[in-house]
Design a protein around this ligand. Structure first.
Ligand SMILES: C[S@@+](CC[C@H](N)C(=O)[O-])C[C@H]1O[C@@H](n2cnc3c(N)ncnc32)[C@H](O)[C@@H]1O
Length: 188
Protein backbone atom coordinates (compact mmCIF):
# COMPACT_ATOMS: atom_id res chain seq x y z
CA UNK A 1 0.00 0.00 0.00
CA UNK A 2 1.42 3.37 -1.03
CA UNK A 3 0.39 5.92 1.61
CA UNK A 4 0.48 9.44 0.21
CA UNK A 5 1.31 12.29 2.63
CA UNK A 6 -0.54 14.62 0.27
CA UNK A 7 -3.67 12.47 0.42
CA UNK A 8 -3.39 12.22 4.23
CA UNK A 9 -3.24 16.03 4.55
CA UNK A 10 -6.02 16.52 2.02
CA UNK A 11 -8.33 13.92 3.53
CA UNK A 12 -7.95 15.30 7.08
CA UNK A 13 -9.36 18.61 5.85
CA UNK A 14 -11.80 17.19 3.31
CA UNK A 15 -13.64 13.93 3.96
CA UNK A 16 -14.66 13.69 0.28
CA UNK A 17 -11.05 12.90 -0.65
CA UNK A 18 -11.98 9.54 0.91
CA UNK A 19 -8.59 7.84 0.73
CA UNK A 20 -5.04 8.11 2.02
CA UNK A 21 -3.54 5.98 -0.70
CA UNK A 22 -3.80 6.39 -4.46
CA UNK A 23 -5.35 3.58 -6.50
CA UNK A 24 -2.83 0.73 -6.68
CA UNK A 25 -0.79 0.03 -9.81
CA UNK A 26 -2.57 -3.32 -10.27
CA UNK A 27 -6.02 -1.75 -10.03
CA UNK A 28 -4.96 1.12 -12.30
CA UNK A 29 -3.76 -1.34 -14.93
CA UNK A 30 -7.01 -3.28 -14.72
CA UNK A 31 -9.08 -0.11 -15.13
CA UNK A 32 -6.99 1.28 -17.98
CA UNK A 33 -7.09 -2.07 -19.80
CA UNK A 34 -10.85 -1.60 -20.28
CA UNK A 35 -10.05 1.37 -22.57
CA UNK A 36 -9.10 0.94 -26.26
CA UNK A 37 -6.02 3.16 -26.74
CA UNK A 38 -5.93 2.70 -30.51
CA UNK A 39 -8.80 5.20 -30.91
CA UNK A 40 -8.68 8.96 -30.44
CA UNK A 41 -10.62 9.39 -27.23
CA UNK A 42 -12.39 12.21 -25.52
CA UNK A 43 -12.11 11.31 -21.84
CA UNK A 44 -13.71 12.95 -18.81
CA UNK A 45 -12.30 12.09 -15.39
CA UNK A 46 -14.07 12.76 -12.10
CA UNK A 47 -11.81 13.14 -9.05
CA UNK A 48 -8.29 12.56 -10.44
CA UNK A 49 -6.71 13.10 -6.99
CA UNK A 50 -2.94 12.72 -7.24
CA UNK A 51 -3.26 11.48 -10.83
CA UNK A 52 -2.99 7.74 -10.08
CA UNK A 53 -5.02 7.00 -13.23
CA UNK A 54 -4.56 10.27 -15.12
CA UNK A 55 -0.80 9.96 -15.50
CA UNK A 56 -0.66 6.32 -16.74
CA UNK A 57 -3.63 7.08 -18.98
CA UNK A 58 -1.75 9.98 -20.60
CA UNK A 59 1.09 7.52 -21.32
CA UNK A 60 -1.31 5.14 -23.03
CA UNK A 61 -3.69 7.28 -25.09
CA UNK A 62 -3.08 8.62 -28.60
CA UNK A 63 -1.58 12.06 -29.31
CA UNK A 64 -5.03 13.26 -30.48
CA UNK A 65 -6.89 12.05 -27.39
CA UNK A 66 -7.90 14.45 -24.63
CA UNK A 67 -8.64 14.24 -20.92
CA UNK A 68 -10.80 16.76 -19.10
CA UNK A 69 -10.33 16.15 -15.36
CA UNK A 70 -12.47 17.73 -12.63
CA UNK A 71 -11.10 17.83 -9.08
CA UNK A 72 -12.86 19.61 -6.21
CA UNK A 73 -10.03 19.58 -3.66
CA UNK A 74 -7.81 22.65 -3.98
CA UNK A 75 -4.64 20.95 -2.70
CA UNK A 76 -4.98 18.00 -5.09
CA UNK A 77 -5.89 20.34 -7.93
CA UNK A 78 -2.72 22.37 -7.26
CA UNK A 79 -0.63 19.19 -7.19
CA UNK A 80 -1.98 17.84 -10.48
CA UNK A 81 -1.65 21.27 -12.13
CA UNK A 82 2.08 20.53 -12.33
CA UNK A 83 1.50 17.87 -14.99
CA UNK A 84 2.53 19.37 -18.29
CA UNK A 85 0.68 17.68 -21.10
CA UNK A 86 -1.34 19.60 -23.67
CA UNK A 87 -3.90 16.76 -23.80
CA UNK A 88 -4.89 17.25 -20.15
CA UNK A 89 -7.24 20.02 -19.10
CA UNK A 90 -7.68 20.19 -15.34
CA UNK A 91 -10.62 22.04 -13.80
CA UNK A 92 -11.06 22.91 -10.13
CA UNK A 93 -14.72 22.15 -9.54
CA UNK A 94 -17.42 19.78 -8.40
CA UNK A 95 -18.76 17.19 -10.85
CA UNK A 96 -22.22 17.98 -9.53
CA UNK A 97 -21.86 21.15 -11.62
CA UNK A 98 -20.82 19.33 -14.81
CA UNK A 99 -23.30 21.11 -17.15
CA UNK A 100 -22.13 24.54 -15.91
CA UNK A 101 -18.46 23.48 -16.18
CA UNK A 102 -18.94 22.31 -19.79
CA UNK A 103 -20.87 25.48 -20.67
CA UNK A 104 -18.13 27.62 -19.10
CA UNK A 105 -15.58 25.85 -21.31
CA UNK A 106 -17.85 26.24 -24.33
CA UNK A 107 -17.86 22.47 -24.71
CA UNK A 108 -20.88 20.60 -26.01
CA UNK A 109 -18.85 17.49 -26.54
CA UNK A 110 -19.80 13.98 -25.73
CA UNK A 111 -17.23 11.73 -24.12
CA UNK A 112 -16.18 8.22 -25.19
CA UNK A 113 -15.02 7.46 -21.65
CA UNK A 114 -16.05 8.87 -18.30
CA UNK A 115 -13.84 7.64 -15.50
CA UNK A 116 -14.83 8.16 -11.90
CA UNK A 117 -13.04 7.72 -8.59
CA UNK A 118 -15.36 9.94 -6.56
CA UNK A 119 -16.85 8.29 -3.46
CA UNK A 120 -20.52 7.99 -4.44
CA UNK A 121 -21.33 6.32 -1.11
CA UNK A 122 -20.57 9.64 0.67
CA UNK A 123 -23.26 11.42 -1.32
CA UNK A 124 -26.99 11.66 -0.62
CA UNK A 125 -28.81 9.45 -3.14
CA UNK A 126 -30.37 12.45 -4.96
CA UNK A 127 -26.92 13.91 -5.66
CA UNK A 128 -25.47 10.57 -6.74
CA UNK A 129 -28.44 10.15 -9.06
CA UNK A 130 -27.95 13.64 -10.51
CA UNK A 131 -24.29 12.89 -11.29
CA UNK A 132 -25.21 9.59 -12.95
CA UNK A 133 -27.92 11.26 -15.00
CA UNK A 134 -25.49 13.93 -16.22
CA UNK A 135 -22.91 11.21 -16.88
CA UNK A 136 -25.27 9.15 -18.99
CA UNK A 137 -26.20 12.24 -21.04
CA UNK A 138 -22.55 13.19 -21.59
CA UNK A 139 -21.52 9.83 -23.07
CA UNK A 140 -21.41 9.03 -26.78
CA UNK A 141 -23.83 6.29 -27.91
CA UNK A 142 -21.31 3.54 -27.26
CA UNK A 143 -19.37 5.40 -24.59
CA UNK A 144 -18.29 3.75 -21.35
CA UNK A 145 -18.70 4.96 -17.78
CA UNK A 146 -16.00 3.36 -15.64
CA UNK A 147 -16.52 3.80 -11.91
CA UNK A 148 -14.21 2.35 -9.27
CA UNK A 149 -15.47 2.26 -5.73
CA UNK A 150 -14.65 0.77 -2.33
CA UNK A 151 -18.36 0.33 -1.55
CA UNK A 152 -20.84 -1.93 -3.41
CA UNK A 153 -23.64 0.62 -2.88
CA UNK A 154 -23.42 2.22 -6.31
CA UNK A 155 -24.37 -0.87 -8.32
CA UNK A 156 -28.15 -0.66 -7.83
CA UNK A 157 -28.17 2.99 -8.88
CA UNK A 158 -25.99 2.23 -11.91
CA UNK A 159 -28.49 -0.36 -13.06
CA UNK A 160 -31.20 2.33 -13.28
CA UNK A 161 -29.14 4.28 -15.86
CA UNK A 162 -27.11 1.72 -17.81
CA UNK A 163 -28.28 -1.42 -19.60
CA UNK A 164 -24.92 -3.16 -19.34
CA UNK A 165 -22.73 -3.27 -16.21
CA UNK A 166 -19.62 -5.42 -16.02
CA UNK A 167 -18.36 -5.74 -12.49
CA UNK A 168 -14.95 -6.91 -11.35
CA UNK A 169 -13.07 -6.73 -8.10
CA UNK A 170 -9.41 -6.30 -7.34
CA UNK A 171 -8.07 -7.36 -3.98
CA UNK A 172 -4.68 -5.84 -4.75
CA UNK A 173 -5.79 -2.46 -3.53
CA UNK A 174 -6.39 -1.24 0.01
CA UNK A 175 -9.29 -1.40 0.52
CA UNK A 176 -10.27 -3.84 -2.27
CA UNK A 177 -11.77 -2.04 -5.22
CA UNK A 178 -14.88 -2.72 -7.27
CA UNK A 179 -14.70 -1.70 -10.90
CA UNK A 180 -17.92 -1.13 -12.85
CA UNK A 181 -17.76 -0.72 -16.62
CA UNK A 182 -21.15 0.59 -17.74
CA UNK A 183 -22.69 1.23 -21.15
CA UNK A 184 -26.10 2.44 -22.20
CA UNK A 185 -25.88 0.85 -25.68
CA UNK A 186 -23.42 -2.05 -25.60
CA UNK A 187 -22.49 -3.45 -29.04
CA UNK A 188 -23.59 -6.96 -28.06
C1 LIG B 1 -10.96 8.06 -3.64
S1 LIG B 1 -10.11 9.51 -4.28
C2 LIG B 1 -9.54 8.87 -5.84
C3 LIG B 1 -8.33 9.64 -6.32
C4 LIG B 1 -7.65 9.10 -7.59
N1 LIG B 1 -8.56 9.12 -8.72
C5 LIG B 1 -7.10 7.73 -7.39
O1 LIG B 1 -7.58 6.80 -8.10
O2 LIG B 1 -6.19 7.53 -6.57
C6 LIG B 1 -11.51 10.53 -4.72
C7 LIG B 1 -11.15 11.83 -5.43
O3 LIG B 1 -12.35 12.46 -5.91
C8 LIG B 1 -12.36 13.84 -5.55
N2 LIG B 1 -13.78 14.20 -5.45
C9 LIG B 1 -14.68 13.76 -4.53
N3 LIG B 1 -15.89 14.27 -4.79
C10 LIG B 1 -15.76 15.06 -5.91
C11 LIG B 1 -16.66 15.84 -6.66
N4 LIG B 1 -17.94 15.93 -6.30
N5 LIG B 1 -16.20 16.51 -7.74
C12 LIG B 1 -14.87 16.42 -8.10
N6 LIG B 1 -13.97 15.69 -7.42
C13 LIG B 1 -14.40 15.02 -6.33
C14 LIG B 1 -11.59 13.87 -4.23
O4 LIG B 1 -11.11 15.16 -3.91
C15 LIG B 1 -10.47 12.86 -4.53
O5 LIG B 1 -9.42 13.45 -5.25
Amino acid sequence: MRISPLLIKSSIQDSKVATISPTSKTATKKIINTIDPTKDLNILEYGPGTGALTIPLLKKISPESKILAIERNQRLYNHLSNVEDGRLKLIKGDVLNLPQILRGLNLREEFNIILSGIPFSFLPEAKAEKILEQTEKSLTREGKFIAYQFSPKLKSLLSTKFSSIQESKTLLNIPPLRIYVCQKNPKN
